[in-house]
Design a protein around this ligand. Structure first.
Ligand code: NDP
Length: 311
């Protein structure tokens, strides 16, 4: 089997989560990678040492993720036990009795009998037609606890929850969320939310880790870009790329970044992060880019109950 050099974060339930996850959600940057590329990406990632893959029901790529995993296991790169697979519950399956069947559906597509982490994708609930629903995420969480008790997932967590929602969930449930997966990058550093979660034992996964470093649909977005002088100086110092500097910045803040790539070289580059680290001053310097500007800003949900992005 191939070695992984990526360390793990110990979750509040004792499970260990590898710090770098391959992102398989596509199409939030300028390109929209075809779903068929995902099978190869997952295989290349495992070959490069990734042990954590991030998917979701709404990415419609769970079969391709599953095929990549099956290829890697068949070629003796890894065993299932060495992998950490995360998937997510979509917003139209928030009633307690819908959660276990939704996870079973994801497992069928993935070709797995358990995942390592199951997340509520958003605190917002919608009807099948996408119109607002009013299911309380505390009810959804009971379904998540059911799924864990059945052994369909080893850990449970949330995504896109704000501090108020995290506190309300912790105060009203048996099992504390192991993870909150939120957007964190140089233009959206989320210092308050990250500290809030970490102080409560909730590990933070950082999605859209590159922010606007790479080309996005928004040309007016604030810096940094790949050629930003502050990042280039750090990249020269450590003999890394500016993309690697940004991923390392997130790791040095105790976060688990989820870089998406379907390019073999960039997939390998995005986990080649464990032979250097930034100084606290360099981390602070990157924090200064913050503008609270989001890559993912679903304003079309702003009038829905539990819309999280007010703060
Ligand atoms: P990322 O910040 O990962 O950026 C992806 C873009 O960066 C792609 O265009 C990719 O192109 C490019 N890229 C990757 N590596 C490099 C590199 N080393 N140098 C230069 N460019 C690079 O954005 P995403 O928004 O895709 O987020 C990542 C993942 O986070 C998603 O795939 C998904 O798994 C998760 N996510 C979760 C959300 C949630 O609500 N929970 C919301 C959004 C994302 P290429 O492929 O050609 O390399």
């Amino acid at each position: 089997t191939v070695a992984s050099n990526a360390p793990c974060i110990e979750l509040n339930d004792g499970n260990k989560m590898p710090v770098v996850a391959l992102g398989t959600g596509r199409g939030t940057a300028t390109e929209s990678a075809p779903v068929d590329e995902v099978r190869h990406s997952v295989y290349w990632a495992i070959e490069a040492g990734y042990r954590h893959i991030d998917t979701a029901a709404i990415y419609f790529d769970e079969p391709q993720v599953g095929q990549g995993i099956a290829d890697a296991i068949a070629n003796n790169l890894v065993t299932r036990e060495e992998l950490f697979i995360t998937t997510k519950l979509w917003n139209d399956k928030h009633r307690r009795e819908q959660v276990v069947p939704a996870l079973k559906e994801s497992l069928k597509k993935l070709g797995l009998d358990y995942v390592d982490l199951y997340l509520i994708h958003f605190p917002i609930s919608v009807k099948e037609d996408g119109s607002p629903d009013n299911v309380d995420y505390l009810e959804t969480w009971q379904g998540m606890e059911d799924a864990r008790e059945l052994g369909l997932t080893r850990s449970i967590g949330v995504s896109n929850f704000n501090t108020t929602q995290i506190d309300r969930l912790i105060a009203n449930s048996k099992v504390r969320p192991a993870v909150n997966q939120v957007e964190v990058n140089p233009t959206n550093t989320q210092e308050r939310l990250v500290t809030h979660c970490q102080e409560r034992g909730v590990a933070v996964m950082a999605y859209s880790p590159f922010g606007f470093l790479v080309s996005r649909k928004n040309p007016d977005a604030p810096p940094p870009r790949v050629d930003d002088p502050v990042l280039v100086e750090m990249a020269n110092k450590y003999k890394k790329t500016t993309s690697q500097i940004v991923l390392r910045y997130l790791i040095d803040r105790g976060l688990a970044p989820i870089p998406k790539s379907t390019n073999k070289k960039r997939i390998a580059q995005n986990i080649d992060l464990f032979d250097f680290s930034l100084t606290p001053e360099e981390v602070q310097q990157i924090n200064k880019f913050n503008k609270n500007v989001r890559v993912i800003h679903p304003k079309f949900w702003k009038d829905y109950p539990n819309y999280p992005f007010w703060e």
